[in-house]
Design a protein around this ligand. Sequence first.
Ligand SMILES: Cc1ncc(C[n+]2csc(CCOP(=O)(O)OP(=O)(O)O)c2C)c(N)n1
Ligand code: SF4
Ligand SMILES: [Mg+2]
Length: 351
Amino acid sequence: MTYLAKPKLLSADAPKNALGYTRRDYEGAISTLCAGCGHDSISASIVQACFDLDIEPHKVAKLSGIGCSSKTPDYFLGNSHGFNSVHGRMPSVLTGAALANRNLLYLGVSGDGDSASIGIGQFAHAMRRGVNMTYIVENNGVYGLTKGQFSATADKGSKSKKGVLNSDSPIDLAALALQLGATYVARSFSGDKEQLVPLIKGALRHNGPALIDVLSPCVTFNNHSGSTRSYDYVRQHNEAVNRIEVILPRDPIETSYPPGSLRRIVQHDGSILHLRKLDVDYDPSDRIGAINHLQERQALGEIVTGLLYVDSSAQDMHSHLNTVEKPLNQLGDAYLCPGSKALEALNALLR
Ligand SMILES: Cc1ncc(C[n+]2csc(CCOP(=O)(O)OP(=O)(O)O)c2C)c(N)n1
Ligand code: SF4
Ligand SMILES: [Mg+2]
């Protein structure tokens, strides 16, 4: 039952972060998803990333659409702001919230149906407008909540649980985000926490639209042979281009990677992404190269994961629109009603 809070039984030596919080302080209600659902592992990775980054829970706004994936914000960050919107509409609701108050950290959680089917237009505009958000798609290739119909990310030729072949071409949300102007694009797998947690951390510290497409098997409707979103299939076809480590400005810069295999990227807030290259030719600052790489490898049946693209000097929607720094609900009367003289001058400008 989602309204049942988790019991707060804690061992006295549970690790605490710099704010004095334990991991439990970043958790939410008890999950009602099927046991083994990939989405629960993503929730656990979000909890870990926020704990590690010492994020104040009340500074986070988590928004979602409709679907099993979109239910998950109830299961993490129980002390944060949350809004469960309409199917496919999370990006516009989040954009509005971000425009009204830029002082929160925006986390959008969605499904492949929510983002690539009904919400594809909203997804596209959030990416191209530069909304400063971490956008996580929990991608299982099906509409889990409505019992397993193919979604728009399902591979052509993949088989449903009942043996029906999907005849439509898939939408690759990471490739689309690259084309639309997202400034941090990654792909990962719910079963690879070691890869996913740092990717979420890097996205949360990024200034601009950060998309993480996370392959997240649906154990109930899409985990059979013939599916290209099953645990076995993703494990067998996963080709990571790099592994990242996120170092905050306060942390000592230590790394166990041999220097030749390392690339260092400084984000706008001073955090450092250490990228251990696994594919020597892969360059995560080359947008076109990233698009080509995804398409080439997809044609070979590979699932490319890792940090696919990052623009560390990205500007977000607020700087594009030159918006006011203060949250709108904190603007006083004097600012909002500058008086009749100022209004006359403004009207004169528009005549
Ligand atoms: C406007 C509207 N159309 C259709 C639905 C029915 N519906 C609910 S969830 C869903 C699909 C969810 O799929 P996805 O986003 O992939 O999430 P998953 O359950 O797979 O995590 C659909 C079609 C709805 N709730 N609202
Ligand atoms: S139906 Fe699929 S996506 Fe939904 S909770 Fe169950 S395993 Fe997860
Ligand atoms: Mg889905």
